[in-house]
Design a protein around this ligand. Sequence first.
Ligand SMILES: [Zn+2]
Length: 173
Amino acid sequence: MIELVFTRRYSMAHRLISGLSPKCATPHGHNEFVTVSLAAVDEVSLDHSTNMITDFASAKGAWHEWIDDHIDHGFQLSDKDPLLIWAREHGQSWRIIVTPGDPTTEMLCALYKAKCNAFLEANCPVLRCTTVRLEETPTNTVVFTGDPYEHLLKTEGKDHWWERPDMSTHDLD
Ligand SMILES: [Zn+2]
């Protein structure tokens, strides 16, 4: 099996309000590396006119645009975080990422895998994301290989930003 593996670095801020990790309730940031592994949906051989499965631009273009322009320097907040009320009134220029519950690295992996697959379905249907590796710090990394929808809501109408192949990162009005 051939996998295409792409890595992107970005800066982010978040806070966790569940109380399990009290010091994480203070907004703080990390410089993270996200790595996605993309494999062919069906066993395909290389296209012998190009010796590629597909061109890299259609495999990673939308994904990297989303990371660079919407995730980088974004503030990740739980949909239950009261800071969202303030951010909606006063933080119009902020990049906000709203997650179902606390924006832990584990949750972001599931959201990223769903979003990456939404982009691939729309732009590059020969590939699917198999693994998301999210390095929060040089010593803490989460690797996600499962079905993101075991952890996320899926709806018929693609009501959630992680289901849509667009640049959205929240579903606020
Ligand atoms: Zn943190």
